[in-house]
Design a binder for this molecule. Sequence first.
Ligand code: IPT
Length: 483
Amino acid sequence: MMMKNWKTLFAFVFFTLSVSAQQAPKPVGVTPNSRQIDWYNQEIIAFFHFGLNTFEEFVNEGDGKTTTALFNPTALDCNQWARTLKAAGIPNGILTAKHADGFCLWPSEYTDYCVKNSSWKGGKGDVVKEFADAFNNNGVRASVYLGPHDRHEHLSPLYNTTDYRDYYAHQLTELMSNYGPMWETWWDGAGADELTTPIYTKWAEIVRRLQPQCVIFGTKNSYRFADVRWNGNETGIAGDPCWSTIDSLSIRDEWKHIKELNEGQLEGNAYIPAESDVSIRPSWFYHAEEDNMVKSTKELWDIYCKSVGRNSVLLLNLPPDRKGLIHPIDSANVVGLRKVINETFKTNLLEGASVTSRNPRGGIYKASNMIDKSSKTYYASKDNVTTDEITFRMKSPKTFDCLMIQEVIELGHRTTEWSVDYSSDGKSWITIPEATNKQSIGHKWILRFSPITAKYVRLRITKGKACPAIHTFGVYKQSSLVN
Ligand code: IPT
C-alpha cells in the first residue's frame, strides 16, 4: 500500500516536472493584438488610388476645385481588380474612397462633391459598392482609405475643424456601415496636422464599434489608435532592423523621426508595426505616360524582400486607369511577383535535415519544428537563456542564395542579434556576410546573397530579451525568373 503511494507520488512529481518543462515560453514586452497578427499574415495588400486625379493630366493631389463631371471611367470592372489580386495572391485591397481633393467615390449623403455629380452612370453609380461587392464575391477583402485631409472642404469660407470632424465622422459611418466588412482604414498624415487626437478619438470609436476587425493605419495625432504605422518613406523599403515596437508618443513629429518610423524602437512602449507603401508606377494615380515605367517583377521582388522580408507588410499601389481597369503591364508584373515568391519558397532545402540545438526546451518545442511546414509548431529554447545555436545537417550539399526566418510574434520580440554560418564538414564554419549580426526577426526576415553550396547550416542566436522562439528557418534558391 505504502509502496503504491510512493509510486503514485513519484509519477505525479515526474509528470508535473515534465509538463512544466514543456510550458510555452512567456511573452516578453508588448505583443500584437489579433488584428495585427492577421494583418501580418496577409503580407501584401493592394492600394487602389482612383478618383478625379485619374482623369487629370499630371495630377496626383487635386486642389478640390476640379469639376466632378470629369470622373467617367468608361469600362469600370472591379471584378477585374479582384481577379488580378487573386492571381497575384494578394488577399486585401484598399480603395481611396476619398483622396485629398475631397471627391467621394460613393454617393455620400453629406456632400455634392462626389460620384452623384459625375458623368459616370448618369450620377447613379457607386464605386465603393461595386468594389466591395466584387471583392466579397471573389473572396478578397475590401478596405477603404478615407483621406483625413480634404481640400474641397477647406475651400468653404465656413470651414472649421469641429464641423469637419462631424462631416468626416458621418462619411466614415457610411463607409463602415453600408459596404460589408472592412479590413483596414488609412489615416494618411499628409496635410493632416490640424487634426488633433480628440478628433481622431471620435473617428476611432466609429471604426472600433462598427468594424472591430478593421486595422487602423495611423500617423501623427492618431498613433494612439494605430494598429500599424507608416514606414517613413514611399519606396516600400522597411528599415534594417525593423522592430514592430515604437515609442508612440515621441514620433508625432514624423519628419524628426523618419529613422524611428523606418526601424522601429526595440524598447518602444507600443506595438505598432510598419506598413510599407509604394506605387508600382512613379505616381500614385494612373497616368498613361507612365506605362513604360511600371516596376518590373524583379524590382517588385526586391521590394518584397525589403518589406515583407523585413518584418513589415507591403502595401502595393496598382492604380486603375481611365477605363477603370488595372493596366495589363501592372497586372502581369505583380502576378509575376507571386510566381517568384511561390517558386523561391516552395522548397526549404533544409527539409529532411537532422537538427540539433544547444539549449532545447524539450517537449513539443522541437528544433525540427523550424523546418516542418506547419504554421502552428515552433522551436523554443529553455527559459533563462537568451542565446542558442541550432545546427542543420543536410543529407547532401545543397546550393542556396536566400534565407528566411520567422519568430513567434505572439511572444514579442525575443531575439535581438543573430547570424547564420555554413560548413562543409560541420567543423569549420563561415559566416554569411549578409547574415552577420542581424537584429530584428519578427514576422519574417529574408536575406539574399551569392550562391553558397554547403552541407551544414547553423543559426546562431547571440543576443535576446528572452529565450528564442523560432517558427521557421529555411534556405532557398531564388526563382530563375529573378536571377
Ligand atoms: C506622408 C505622411 O506625412 C505620412 O503621415 C503618411 O501618411 C505617408 O505620407 C504615407 O505615404 S506624406 C508623403 C508626401 C511622404
